[in-house]
Design a protein around this ligand. Structure first.
Ligand code: B12
Ligand code: SF4
Length: 456
């Protein structure tokens, strides 16, 4: 079959999901082409030309985001909320207008709201979860006129009803093809400063109250062997002018032995010409077990950036969020990183259940003891994406998501601890922005602004 995979992304990010899926579909014997919507100047015209050129039988649309918040000094509280759904609708409308191809949806932004997306777009099929095995199987069944509804992860609308088959995880991550970055115009990503990203494992052994990943990906780790990771890096580097790779795993250093094995493999690879010298970064280093020894290994293996996912340094909040470490662990991690020459940043997340002005002051007092060379990224407010986040129940209780009133998670509700008055939050944003090296993102600043009027 001829398959066109569309990366329906609106904010800058590496097309990792579409690349992995494209590789798997190609390995299954299909002819694959890709279209990246991120750089479109005239999306309908460009996509129409792509459809005309590739004449696909099937169009797979990878939905990365539903809601986005971008830095904008002219917007309320310096963050502009963007509803990304209309862009996906524009893509679907264009495909329908220009091609008789069968449409199937997927991607991280699809998984949470599969049914909402099908209804919103008037599309009949989508696949939740990891697509490397399920999309090729779906295509095989489609070609045979078989039962596509029973493909793992398939969600569908049929005869006015809705059906779903549970997703299945890819057990052996070494099995599927390498991510097909060769199909993408990698020079264009490089021009936009987007570093290609790969995944070295799936799973999360923790269970933070605001995060669904351990339920989505499973608590057991599925690890890629270091040789496989190097093969992916070699492949990516042979198709991009950049010499950098982002590792987009949850918690790079859990399990720690996996992170260490990768670092050792990167150090050994640096002595061979293939892959040519490269450096790597991570957005998610967990503040646990970050010792001097670990930092040396990370540094020696060519790390160009590491974000320490602190989130809070108040013991009360760390327990409420079930982060699984203490303020002392945060301090020990910041100390070890400060002694290393790793260019590191840190992220904080304020507003989860139980957060008070005092817990925020406690966190900031810890951060003030350290110099964070790459700055601190603060997010205010917790998106309630799915009931798989434990915080969803608290959000419903607090009235952030009103049960039965039609306010749906698809509309992007955001939870702020009721113990944080809006006037305090507004002052906090100003105070944080005044701190050198601090960047602040207020999730759904538009909603907060509306609530200001209501004394919420
Ligand atoms: C890494 C990451 C980032 C990195 C990106 C780095 C990079 N260079 O890629 C950074 C830190 C920049 C980032 C930022 C943001 N992110 Co982010 N990010 C992720 C993360 C952790 C991993 C994404 C990834 O690459 N996974 C690896 C690939 C291989 O997996 P995948 O994309 O899911 O693809 C698989 C399946 O989805 C499926 N699939 C994919 N496409 C298709 C297509 C078809 C047809 C089919 C059938 C299947 C299929 O198969 C793929 C292979 O298994 C996800 C959470 C997660 N664990 O998924 C959030 C996630 C995508 N991010 C999210 C958000 C909201 C953001 C931000 C908007 C946050 C913010 N407010 O600023 C920004 C936006 C940035 C942007 N420009 O897009 C949300 C999106 C949720 C939503 N409903 O909108 C997620 C899901 C996290 C969450 N909250 O749960 N992010
Ligand atoms: S926030 Fe990180 S550590 Fe916590 S459950 Fe999510 S992925 Fe796991």
């Amino acid at each position: 079959m001829k398959v066109l995979l569309i990366s329906a992304n609106t904010l800058p990010a590496s097309p990792s999901g579409p690349a992995y899926v494209a590789g798997a579909v190609r390995q299954a014997g299909h002819e694959v082409s890709v279209y990246e919507s991120l750089f479109a100047v005239d999306l309908p015209a460009e996509l129409a030309a792509g459809l005309d050129g590739s004449q696909p039988d099937v169009v797979g649309i990878s939905i990365r985001l539903v809601h986005g918040d971008v830095q904008d000094a002219s917007a309320p509280l310096g963050t502009r909320y963007v509803d990304l759904r209309p862009r996906v609708r524009e893509i679907v409308d264009t495909v329908r207008r220009c091609s008789p191809a069968f449409i199937v949806l997927g991607g991280p932004g699809f998984n949470y709201y599969a049914r909402d997306w099908l209804d919103y777009l008037g599309v009949d099929y989508g696949i939740r979860g990891e697509g490397e095995e399920s999309l090729p199987l779906f295509l095989e069944r489609l070609a045979e006129d078989g039962d596509i509804g029973s493909v793992p992860g398939c969600v569908y609308r049929r005869n006015g009803g809705f059906g779903a088959t549970p997703p299945r995880r890819v057990e052996d991550l070494d099995g599927p093809a390498l991510p097909a970055y060769d199909l993408f115009d990698m020079a264009q990503y490089a021009q936009h400063n987007i570093t290609p990203a790969i995944l070295t494992k799936r799973g999360c052994a923790f269970g933070c109250t605001y995060c669904p990943y351990s339920k989505l990906e499973g608590k057991r780790y599925r690890l890629k062997p270091p040789e496989r990771v190097l093969a992916e890096i070699r492949h990516v580097l042979s198709h991009t002018p950049v010499r950098r790779i982002m590792i987009c795993d949850n918690n790079l250093n859990a399990p720690r032995r996996h992170a260490e094995a990768l670092c050792h493999a990167f150090i050994a690879a640096a002595e061979s010409p293939n892959p040519p010298g490269f450096s790597w970064g991570t957005g998610d280093l967990r503040p646990m077990g970050i010792t001097d020894e670990f930092c040396h290994l990370v540094q020696d293996s060519g790390c160009f950036y590491a974000n320490l996912a602190v989130e809070s340094a108040s013991d009360t909040m760390l327990q409420r969020m079930r982060r699984g470490y203490t303020a002392q662990d945060v301090r020990a991690s910041l100390e070890a990183l400060s002694r290393s020459s790793i260019p590191f940043g840190a992220s904080l997340m304020f507003g989860a259940a139980g957060e008070t002005p005092d817990s925020i002051a406690e966190t900031l007092a810890v951060m003030d003891d350290y110099d964070i060379p790459r700055g601190v990224w603060v997010t205010l407010g917790i998106y309630v994406w799915t009931d798989l986040q434990d915080i969803a129940a608290e959000a419903r209780q607090a009235g952030v998501v009103k049960i039965g009133s039609g306010e749906s998670l698809f509309d992007g509700p955001v939870y702020f601890s009721p113990e944080l008055p809006v006037s305090y939050l507004v002052d906090l944003v100003g105070a944080l922005r005044a701190r050198p090296g601090y960047t602040v993102q207020v999730n759904r600043a538009d909603l907060l602004e509306q609530r200001m009027g209501r004394g919420w």
